[in-house]
Unconditional design. Structure first.
Length: 419
């Protein structure tokens, strides 16, 4: 956003930030927050504290650094109010929570949680931090609403390193699926309306995550890897304590049959199993895939899940790409609706692009726990302001943001872009 555009939106931004001002405590801290968000929206070569202080009147570098890295205001309270505002504008009982992670490239070893680890953002293993995020998506729009910093196990076990980075004493190691589940649980506790949860195979292959979402009474459409195991017929589970032929009682439940790999099951599907579905209206016309669906029982740590659908998506072309999903939605939910829900996952990727490109989500220079959480919370706040303004000003959505109607493939007119 250039200076002129920001100046035109200044009255709206002032009113927007005034709603959050009491959460920062002192008036001086609220003023720092106001200027910092302006700096994030202003853009420039890099939205570090120093650059923001140079660009925004009234900023003092050291005071702004202290506000981000040390000030006692609660980023969780800030995001709780943001979530309430998102519900007020976008809330829908049939909404989708999309979970995903993104990487933040870093040099050195002192930034909290940094290590050589895989980052989908970079497409490789590199020195970086990883944050797990949740995006709220309804037919009215979408927004990033929460995040958790992934702290690797070696970091969590290193007391001197934790102390140096300001990691809270109560923090224990949590996997990415555990972090994501915690945010889904918190969204439900804060009475955010939603029915669906999506995620890639990091979450779909995690028994902790899928069992946790099922326990909340929510439905998921999550990716599953090709080497996941399933039973295509309900397996027989022998309970613990059952005596075998030799008179010995089993110490744990066991299954009498061996599950198959997902890719082997997919390879055996007949040609009649596939149906063409329009997933979305893209910039080049309808986005069409072929889908197949069958009921299976997934192996979760060797034991069967409840009866679920294995949803297989195949691209249309000479060299089709196949992706597999799993869903615990009941039988009355059609395949077309499951495809539509999984298609909503695009919005979290778009949110990452906007948050980094327009709101400086990845342009922080602070190394500590408090600084990372303060910076990312204010970036999410800036992103939410932009989302509200685009809606208020009636800007046309990008092609992939058009109404994502889904149905059987058939000739159809292109949907008009929505303001």
């Amino acid at each position: 956003m250039d200076v002129q555009a920001l100046r035109q939106l200044k009255p709206e931004l002032d009113r927007f930030l005034d709603r959050y001002a009491p959460l920062f405590g002192r008036d001086e801290a609220a003023a720092h927050a106001h200027r910092f968000v302006q700096g994030l929206l202003l853009g420039g070569d890099r939205r570090s504290v120093e650059n923001i202080a140079e660009a925004i009147d009234g900023c003092v570098v050291r005071s702004l650094q202290k506000f981000i890295a040390q000030s006692p205001w609660s980023d969780d309270q800030l995001l709780e109010q943001l979530q309430g505002d998102v519900v007020a504008d976008l809330g829908d009982p049939d909404a989708v929570l999309n979970v995903d992670e993104t990487g933040f490239p870093k040099k050195g070893t002192k930034s909290v949680g940094v290590k050589r680890q895989y980052s989908g953002t970079l497409g490789r293993t590199d020195n970086c931090q990883v944050g797990v995020f949740v995006n709220y998506r309804s037919t009215k729009g979408h927004a990033l609403i929460d995040r958790r910093l992934f702290v690797p196990e070696e970091w969590a076990a290193d007391a001197p390193r934790r102390t140096s980075a300001g990691v809270p004493e109560a923090l224990v190691f949590r996997t990415k699926p555990q972090l994501a589940l915690g945010m889904v649980q918190q969204a439900l506790a804060r009475q955010m309306p939603f029915t669906w949860v999506t995620g890639d195979s990091v979450y779909g292959d995690s028994p902790t995550f899928v069992q946790g979402v099922r326990g909340l009474g929510k439905w998921y459409v999550v990716d599953t890897s090709a080497d996941a195991r399933v039973w295509v017929a309900e397996p027989v589970v022998v309970p613990a304590g059952t005596k075998g032929t030799r008179g010995r009682a089993t110490t744990a439940p066991r299954v009498t049959t061996t599950p198959e790999r997902v890719d082997a099951v997919v390879a055996g599907l007949p040609a009649t199993a596939w149906t063409r579905v329009v997933v979305a209206e893209g910039s080049q016309g309808p986005r069409i895939f072929e889908y197949a669906s069958l009921w299976v029982w997934f192996s979760e740590e060797g034991l069967p899940s409840g009866r679920e659908r294995l949803l297989v998506r195949r691209s249309v072309g000479q060299e089709p790409e196949v992706k597999c999903h799993r869903s615990n939605a009941p039988a009355e939910i059609p395949v077309e609706r499951l495809a539509q829900v999984r298609g909503c996952h695009w919005s979290v990727e778009q949110s990452f692009q906007a948050a980094k490109g327009e709101c400086g989500l990845d342009e922080y220079e602070t190394r500590g726990w408090v600084g990372w959480h303060h910076h990312t919370a204010l970036s999410l706040l800036a992103l939410w302001f932009l989302a509200r303004q685009k809606c208020r000003l009636g800007e046309k959505r990008a092609p992939d943001e058009r109404a994502r109607g889904t149905g059987l493939a058939r000739p159809s007119a292109r949907h008009a872009a929505l303001g």
